[in-house]
Design a protein around this ligand. Structure first.
Ligand code: CP
Ligand code: NVA
Length: 309
């Protein structure tokens, strides 16, 4: 079964094939309207369940539109409206859904729920974000970088802020795609040590540099994310703001980077908090191409899961 649960669970070769497929299918749709079917409507006859236990704009719409472009049918399910949100077990849910659909994408809280769902499902499962990781986002970021700057291998990527779920997937990607990853943020929000250790064992080059002004100088790509993620509790908001304030990505910081350094953010952004509008809308920012690429890369991920590439 080809589940897409985390970047460290897929071979480097398969991850590259997914990126290549996304580039090809995106290119072949030039001039198409968004609702037009792909030339190779490879999900014809397939139904895809899209389960959301947390809010979403990009993941929800890009997966739904992606399934439609591939000729499949999608069901958007809110976790709260399913029996899953009212005491039914994850394993029973997985076994039941497997009788109705051909593929499951889930956005959920714990990585354990995702793991259990995939263990009991007889159809492929895709991780659409957990508290622990967000692999589809990082695949879109790599596609975006490679479109703009060529191979990401050997490049220097800087993550600024909270070492969160998106950062964990980036750390795993650094081993698979061979880029140097630097982390600049407060020590209290360092990324998961287990993720870092496993990535280093898998060949990753990972460094922590607290001085963000120094860290940005040599970066080819700067990435940040919200100070407060969906898995944080409201009571943590003010302490997160306090420790992360000095890591805001603003014009002053971007003036210290290489001229052609790219800026990415998975969105939703909180303008004036982790990033200013000048940077988000500025010349280095590729955030809307990055958002668009969620669509293209997730179509390739679905195709990979269903052995179409
Ligand atoms: N970047 C991302 O996953 O966005 P949504 O929360 O809107 O899906
Ligand atoms: N780190 C953020 C990403 C949102 C797409 C969160 O988990 O809320």
């Amino acid at each position: 079964m080809k589940h897409f649960l985390d970047i460290d669970q897929v071979s480097a070769e398969d991850l590259s094939s997914i990126i290549d497929d996304a580039i090809q299918v995106k290119e072949s749709r030039k001039g198409f309207t968004n609702g037009q079917l792909d030339r190779d409507a490879s999900l014809t006859g397939c139904v895809v369940a899209l389960i959301f236990e947390k809010p979403s704009t990009r993941t929800r719409v890009s997966f739904d539109v992606g399934v439609r472009q591939l000729g499949g049918q999608s069901l958007i399910l809110s976790g709260a409206d399913m029996q899953l949100g009212h005491g039914e077990s994850v394993s029973d849910t997985a076994q039941v859904l497997s009788r109705y659909v051909d593929l499951i994408m889930i956005r959920t809280f714990s990585a354990e729920t995702l793991r259990e769902l995939s263990e009991h499902s007889t159809v492929p499962v895709i991780n659409g974000l957990t508290d622990h990781s967000h692999p589809c986002q990082i695949m879109a970021d790599i596609l975006t970088f490679e479109e703009k700057r060529g191979s990401i291998s050997g490049k220097e990527i800087l993550w600024i802020g909270d070492g969160n779920n998106v950062c964990n997937s980036l750390i795993q990607a650094s081993a698979k795609f061979n880029f140097l990853l630097k982390f600049s943020g407060p020590s209290a929000l360092d990324p998961d040590k287990k993720v870092v250790k496993a990535a280093i064992a898998d060949g990753a080059a990972f460094e922590i540099q607290r001085d963000v002004d120094a860290a940005v100088k040599s970066a080819d790509l700067i990435i940040t994310d919200s100070w407060v993620s969906m898995h944080h509790s409201e009571s943590d908001r003010s302490s997160l703001h306090n420790v992360l304030a000095e890591y805001q990505v603003n014009e002053n910081l971007m003036n210290k980077t290489k001229k052609d350094a790219l800026f990415m953010h998975c969105l939703p952004a909180h303008r004036g908090e982790e990033v200013t509008s000048q940077v988000l809308d500025g010349k280095n920012s590729v955030v809307f191409d990055e958002a668009e690429n969620r669509l293209h890369v997730q179509k390739a991920i679905m195709r990979w899961c269903l052995n179409k590439i």
